[in-house]
Ligand binder design. Structure first.
Ligand SMILES: [Zn+2]
Ligand SMILES: [Zn+2]
Length: 258
């Protein structure tokens, strides 16, 4: 990285579902840390995959971890293990249900226990976890399984990622306490016509986003992500009708430098 001071964020996948042209939720920070792992092996060539040092996870739902087993396989045998970082409930779900020698090999002890391919590192809530020149601080949000947002910070700048969630005070508490918030990445999964399924699965719709806006810091742009591809056309219309300049639907491969 030429400029280690800036926070470089690349939205590899802004969607909550998969189809050609619609990649699953994944952000790449400074080229070396991923936030969620929906599409790492689709979006990055092998050389760029090898530069990923760690993957922070918001939660263990499949759309956020889909590429993680495949990334581990591609990194097999490298000198330094890939770190998988998240609060404990997320890591234990991965251990139990993915790297269990049934769904996928236990890469925590392959090629050997002494030189594993992946290493699980717990990140306690509220505590900054160092990742190169940045820190990632998880905070709990509200979803059908344990789910966490992250404050991603460098001196003088930070961005907030909501993770999958229904309306949650913790996002706005984090946004108020953090200094120099440059952007908020907020989930938006379903259209207002699917309010029932959104409520049952604990996700946001455009109307819910609008009521959350009252609590958002003024003048900070809010990038909406995790749209379900079948709902996207309707979501686009509903958001456009709000005429709220702070709200933008995140596009694939959008890059930010803050
Ligand atoms: Zn999701
Ligand atoms: Zn989810």
């Amino acid at each position: 990285m030429s400029d280690r001071k800036a926070l470089a964020i690349r939205a590899l996948g802004p969607y909550g579902g998969s189809a050609p042209g619609y990649r699953l939720t994944t952000f790449l920070i400074d080229g070396e840390s991923a936030l969620d792992a929906g599409c790492l092996t689709d979006a990055l060539p092998l050389a760029a995959q090898r530069r990923v040092r760690r993957v922070f996870l918001t939660h263990a739902h499949f759309d956020h971890i889909a590429s993680l087993p495949l990334l581990a396989e591609n990194l097999y045998g490298l000198a330094a293990p890939l770190e998988i970082v998240a609060p404990e409930p997320v890591l234990s779900a991965l251990s139990k249900h993915i790297f269990n020698d049934r769904i996928w090999p236990d890469f925590r002890r392959l090629p050997s226990r002494a030189r594993p391919t992946v290493r699980l590192r717990p990140a306690p809530e509220g505590r900054p976890f160092r990742a190169g020149a940045a820190t990632f601080t998880p905070f709990a949000v509200s979803h059908v399984v344990p789910s966490y947002g992250y404050i991603v910070s460098k001196p003088g700048r930070c961005a907030i990622f909501s993770g999958d969630t229904e309306p949650a005070d913790s996002i706005w508490t984090a946004a108020r306490r953090a200094k120099n918030v440059k952007a908020i990445f907020l989930e938006l999964s379903f259209s207002d016509t699917q309010a029932r399924v959104a409520r049952a699965s604990r996700h946001l719709t455009p109307s819910l986003v609008r009521s959350e806006l009252e609590r958002a810091p003024a003048r900070v742009p809010i990038y909406l992500y995790h749209m379900k591809p079948p709902s996207l056309a309707r979501i686009r219309r509903e958001i456009a009708a709000m005429k709220e300049p702070r709200l933008r639907l995140l596009e694939s491969e959008r890059s930010f430098r803050f």
